[in-house]
Design a protein around this ligand. Structure first.
Ligand code: PLP
Length: 363
């Protein structure tokens, strides 16, 4: 597969090669059943096996306790911005939100349609270059829940340790760093993630919810938007995104074969350090995010002086050199390398080599 490029896209993003190869091999005839996963009934024993495989893989890899359910839903992480408050808001108990970027902005937009909320901290005034410090956050002990985004895909910041919300459930959008590092699931009430960044293709959203929380929902919430509906029916209330669930199962096997999330985390840290070191060492590039809050998944960087012409040239020449997807999000500009689980150290090395050459040429 020498024609594969290094894909630094923020999402949908690079998938592990062994996963793609296995899916290819199994595509027309899944384990001798005479048809493809995408052709089979979601109520067949074969698919039930796939669903159980994806679920047990997630449970093992993340250490998800038994009192948590794993749901495979549609509508992306974006639908969770609505589902979380529709299900978990307790009237008279505003939701606490920590505002750290574009994805918490979108969450707030949806929360305010169905609930009261309080901004308990925001770093908007600093253009989201850092996360709030613990002493800047004032939680309300009677909040319905606290909403955070664990990794800010667009601004390139990531919570290294999570705020302690006591008895108030912590709800985390982990779309861009789920399974990139060990996380204590028992500290969260709800975790959700669109699959297309770290664990599979677009079209399936993983929801991990403490089971008792799924009972909060008012009766007026539409059936499909109730966590309890999907919990009771094991994600089979209606047709789930079957092929996406199958791909997640394969990614879970790949993570285990790589040595589990502990090994993945070590590699992610090595990749991020290599890239941030290259940025910090040079007088040509700089990273806008505060060093202590830097993301190990989405590395934002710029050319000094924010020279947009040079940045455009960087993206073009990198593309020609087989390094794709390096343009920063349109809302912030600059450059961004998304280095999710499936990006190899070799890929990051190729990028830092290219950065060095580009600097020598134009610096
Ligand atoms: C990509 C992303 C989303 C949006 O996901 P969709 O599946 O496209 O709805 C939400 N939150 C974060 C942190 C993201 O990175």
């Amino acid at each position: 597969m020498s024609d594969r490029i290094f894909n630094f896209s923020a999402g949908p993003a690079v998938m592990p090669m062994p996963v793609l190869e296995r899916a290819r091999d199994e595509l027309p005839n899944f384990q001798g059943c005479g048809m493809s996963v995408m052709e089979m009934s979601h109520r067949s024993p074969e698919f039930e096996g796939i669903l159980a495989h994806a679920e047990s893989g997630l449970r093992r890899n993340m250490g998800i306790p038994d009192d948590y359910a794993i749901l495979f839903l549609q509508g992306g992480a974006s639908l969770q911005f609505s589902m979380a408050p529709m299900n978990l808001y307790l009237p008279g108990q505003p939701i606490d939100v920590i505002h750290t970027g574009a994805w918490t902005e979108k969450a707030i937009e949806e929360i305010k349609k169905v609930a009261d909320y309080r901004l308990v901290a925001s770093t908007e005034a600093e253009k989201f270059r850092r996360l709030p410090r613990p002493d800047e956050i004032e939680f309300n002990p009677s909040a319905s829940y606290v909403h955070i985004c664990s990794n800010n895909t667009i601004f390139g910041t990531q919570w290294r340790s999570f705020p302690d919300t006591g008895a108030v459930p912590l709800v985390a959008d982990m779309s861009s760093d789920i399974l990139s590092r060990m996380v204590d699931v028992s500290k969260f009430g709800l975790i959700f993630a669109g699959a297309q960044k770290n664990i599979g293709p677009a079209g399936v959203t993983v929801v991990i919810i403490r089971k008792e929380l799924a009972q909060r929902t008012p009766a007026s919430v539409p059936t499909m938007l109730k966590y309890a509906t999907h919990l009771k029916n094991n994600s089979l209330y209606n047709t789930p995104p079957t092929f996406g669930i199958y791909m997640i199962a394969l990614v879970m096997d790949w993570i285990e074969a790589e040595g589990g999330v502990v090994a993945i985390e070590e590699r992610n840290e090595a990749k991020a350090k290599l890239l941030y070191n290259a940025i910090d060492r040079s007088g040509f590039y700089y990273g806008p995010a505060e060093a202590s809050d830097r993301s190990y998944m989405n590395v934002n960087f710029r050319v000094h002086g924010d020279n947009e012409e040079l940045e455009k040239k960087f993206v073009r020449e990198a593309e020609a050199a087989g390094l794709s997807g390096l343009k920063g999000h349109r809302s912030v500009g600059g450059l961004r390398a998304s280095i999710y689980n499936a990006m190899s150290l070799e890929g990051v090395q190729a990028l830092t080599d290219f950065m060095g050459e580009f600097e020598r040429k134009y610096g």
